[in-house]
Design a protein around this ligand. Structure first.
Ligand code: RB5
Length: 145
């Protein structure tokens, strides 16, 4: 899996988990770009999904975090080139790559623990798209990678 850069963004609810995941990804050697939010003041999650969509290109990937992961993933998926998967465990994180070629992983800071989040990140970025029959299905989603 060729990963040129990983963008990460969250709203205020995801701020602490974002910091933890930023550290983890940097430790793993990834080129990480933090799009904010940069403090715990209340913000609107669609603004950070929008920033993600504006930045994401080619072999770049993303991580989006809000309280539940729901709002920020809905907002991100309004952009055709974003395939954002809201995941809750290692299995969904792995299958989001393997079957859906997801380029953005969304998670909920208020719904999962830190250790699960870390394991999900490792699984997502270590898993290749399986292609084959899934290629045809992903193509039907439209959009460009
Ligand atoms: C913010 O309070 C919360 O609504 C947001 O983080 C997210 O959970 C929305 O889906």
């Amino acid at each position: 899996m060729k990963i040129d850069k990983i963008f990460i963004a969250s709203d205020h609810a995801g701020f602490d988990l974002k910091a933890q995941i930023c550290g983890l990804l940097k430790n793993e050697g990834f080129d990480v770009c933090d799009l904010g939010t940069h403090n715990k003041d209340s913000v609107d999650y669609p603004d950070f999904a929008e920033l993600m969509a504006q930045n994401l290109r080619g072999n770049e990937y993303g991580v989006l975090i809000c309280g539940t992961g729901i709002g920020i993933s809905i907002a991100a998926n309004r952009h055709a080139h974003v395939r954002c998967a809201l995941c809750h465990d290692v299995t969904t994180a792995k299958l989001a790559r393997e079957h859906n070629d997801a380029n953005v992983l969304a998670m909920g800071a208020r719904t999962i623990g830190d250790a699960v989040a870390a394991d999900m990140i490792k699984a997502f970025f270590a898993t290749e798209f399986a292609g084959g029959r899934h290629e045809r299905r992903v193509k039907k989603l439209g959009g460009e990678k």
